[in-house]
Design a protein around this ligand. Structure first.
Ligand code: ZN
Length: 203
């Protein structure tokens, strides 16, 4: 399975990193070795002094598909989750400046947190899901899928032009504003509404 990630999908997050608003979705991937194992702490890798949290809504693909049209995209997933796209921001900034791929900064071991899954039927509208991230009891990121530049079904349409979507593939749909560094002993809790989706410790 693969993890397909969307970058720069919330206007306020684009501003906070001083990025350009893209014409098309920014797409990158993480290998399955990036998935943080259940109940394990996240270890800050030795090659970075500035690992940022990016809380994101996740979509789990349930059906194989290629060139999926937007109006049929909803048939390709029925679970919604929450996760973290951990990013070694210092390394990513160096790679971006040189026009190099981001994998070392985004796809390292443990860089993908995948929380529990909720049935899509739990939501009236997947384009209006509120979510947040707390660190040590403080809310640091808050978002709503209504603020996405590319909505979930548009993301599925776009990425499936390039990659065949397979059962179990997971899409990270981009992070809202409020990204920032994590430090040892941080306790992170991700929420959809007020439902806890994951809880992890940083080491
Ligand atoms: Zn991200």
């Amino acid at each position: 399975m693969k993890l397909i990630c969307i970058g720069r999908n919330y206007a306020k997050h684009i501003e906070e990193l001083d990025n350009e608003r893209p014409e098309n979705p920014v797409v990158f991937m993480k290998p399955d070795s990036a998935i943080l194992l259940k109940k394990q702490p996240f270890f800050i890798p030795e090659f970075s002094n500035d690992v940022h949290h990016e809380v994101e809504i996740l979509i789990k693909i349930k059906k194989i598909g290629k060139y999926i049209e937007k109006q049929f995209a909803h048939k390709y997933y029925d679970e919604v989750g929450l996760g973290i796209d951990f990013t070694a921001r210092d390394l990513q900034s160096k790679l971006k400046a040189k026009g190099l791929p981001w994998e070392k900064a985004k796809a390292f071991d443990g860089a993908a947190v995948i929380g529990q899954w909720l049935p899509k039927t739990q939501f009236k509208n997947v384009d209006n899901i509120g979510f947040s991230l707390q660190i040590n009891g403080q809310t640091v990121q808050e978002g709503n899928t209504s603020h996405m530049l590319w909505k979930i079904d548009e993301i599925i349409e776009y990425v499936s032009k390039y990659f065949t979507l397979k059962i179990g593939d997971i899409i990270f749909t981009g992070t809202p504003a409020g990204v920032g560094p994590v430090k040892p002993n941080d306790q992170m809790i991700g929420l959809i509404g007020d439902q806890e989706m994951f809880k992890i410790k940083v080491k």
